[in-house]
Design a protein around this ligand. Structure first.
Ligand code: SF4
Ligand code: SF4
Length: 280
């Protein structure tokens, strides 16, 4: 079963939920796909067992062969390759590495070059717990290739938790692709509700099953609960804000090791989301 944990914006407690739920479970794998700002590794100690480069391929045009026919530009849906009268321009950041432009080039003028866009790190937390995170190389603009690589690496895991990037960007779409269930972590504030609605729209458009955990439920108002009721969205759990929680997390500690309240919350979420697969 693949479960993504996501939020409409940063700072809602998504990573807190991800690392604590992962640590609560007896056996699971977690990937942190927030590759621009990974931070789950600050809470999960273990042994680094593998470090892997994530490579992206970019087209390179041989000017001696190219006759500037324009077919590669016509083919590319992302405007990543644009033939002019005397030069073919390639925009690396826009390229999705699909390989199509070389297939349509009648002069065989396009080859591909490798570029490292980031790294994967594999951490063995315990015998039954594997944690992976990705890190985008400084200067690269898209983490999608790294997210795809992390998901490919973990495709056969029985129970996979995916700490998704915040928001509703391409990276989030890549993170939720192929998931069985998504947990939205939201705050009960007007901003929190507004950001959560965008995530709900995305998940509905992608046909995902999902529920909501309202974090810092003692702050904000009741609007979010009315919305969930009207939209018939399952409220999985409400978790209060507590200064002590913030202080424990600031020390890089897991809340389930210090708070029975938080442990009970994780147990309830696990039971609701995993159903029959929950056997702790
Ligand atoms: S399709 Fe090939 S020959 Fe035509 S413009 Fe592109 S690179 Fe040049
Ligand atoms: S590899 Fe695909 S996305 Fe990249 S430039 Fe070629 S056609 Fe466009």
């Amino acid at each position: 079963m693949k479960i993504a944990i996501l939020s409409g914006k940063g700072g809602t407690g998504k990573t807190t939920l991800s690392v604590n739920l992962f640590s609560y479970l007896d056996k699971a794998t977690l990937i942190d796909t927030d590759v621009e700002e990974p931070n789950s590794h600050l809470f999960l100690k273990g042994k680094l067992i593998k470090e892997k480069s994530v490579i992206k391929h970019y087209p390179k045009v041989n000017d001696d062969l190219c006759d500037y026919c324009g077919k590669c530009g016509d083919f590319c849906n992302f405007n990543a390759i644009i033939p002019t009268k005397k030069k073919v321009l390639v925009f690396h950041d826009l390229c999705h590495d699909c390989g199509g432009c070389s297939l349509v080039c009648p002069k065989n003028a396009i080859t591909y070059v490798d570029k490292e866009v980031g790294k994967e790190f594999h951490i063995q937390v315990s015998e039954n717990k594997l944690f992976l995170y990705g890190n985008l190389t400084v200067g690269e603009v898209s983490g999608v290739r790294i997210i795809e690589s992390l998901k490919e690496t973990t495709r056969n895991e029985d129970l996979l938790l995916i700490d998704s990037p915040p928001g509703t960007s391409c990276s989030t779409v890549a993170a939720i692709d192929g998931t069985d269930y998504c947990i939205i972590c939201a705050e009960a504030t007007p901003f929190g509700l507004s950001d959560m609605k965008m995530v709900v729209e995305l998940l509905r458009a992608e046909g995902r099953n999902f529920g909501v955990v309202v974090n810092k439920c003692n702050l904000g108002n009741d609007e979010i609960y009315h919305y969930l009721e009207e939209e018939k969205i399952e409220l999985l759990e409400k978790i209060k804000f507590d200064r002590e929680f913030a202080s424990i997390m600031a020390d890089g500690e897991l809340l389930i090791n210090h708070s029975q309240y938080f442990r009970d919350k994780m147990a309830n979420i696990a039971r609701k989301v995993l159903g029959d697969k929950y056997d702790q």
